[in-house]
Design a protein around this ligand. Sequence first.
Ligand code: PEP
Length: 252
Amino acid sequence: MPERTPYLAANWKMHKTSAEAAECVDALLPRIAATRHEVVICPSVRALSEVVERSRGSAVKVAAQNMHEEQSGAFTGEVSAPMLVELDVEAVILGHSERRQYFGETDEALARKVPAALAAGLEPILCVGESEEARDAGRTEAVLEAQLQADLAAVEGPERARVVIAYEPIWAIGTGRTATPEQAQETIAFVRDVLRRSGAAADEVRILYGGSVKPGNATELRGMPDIDGALVGGASLDAEGFARIVNYEESR
Ligand code: PEP
């Protein structure tokens, strides 16, 4: 089975001005200097270039939190893949549940965004996850399978291994409620199985868990065989706390 390098991503959402982002990166880098994990910071679009400059030559790569599927055009307020590439951004979060919930992000748009990101050389971090209502109704697997099939519809099977998947149950995001390691493992194993059935080299795909990950629960979650890392929101805003999450394995 291929080794999957652990992947730890910090989603700063609409937090941190450029100056605050710079301060946080400066505090983070020395704390994770020895890591062998892949570390990704996803600042606001305003702070992207600052974080790229500060983290050059380090283990950190920088991701945007969203992008438009077209290369350019009359899309006020949007940013395109070539614009991100121009800033030396290397990855992009797509389909975060907050984008789906508050900004009308659809699976149809994601079916165009994922291949557009890949074509530009950006690594998509595709978020999927079920609502509390769907989980309670026993529809978790159906929801996840539908999202994956729709969002990856235009990506050939073998190309799918280039996509990082973040499984983020909506009921666990920013709520302090975390899926149990067993729940997260079971669901992520299902996601891997969907990818395998679709012709992807599923054993190579990094699948992350996201939803109230903190220094206190990261180690336990990462102990699960199919969980390859985490997408961390609130707890990533603090350099010391995020460094502890990044360094979980080294400190075990
Ligand atoms: C997220 O924003 O993707 C997330 C998982 O947030 P939090 O860690 O705050 O739940």
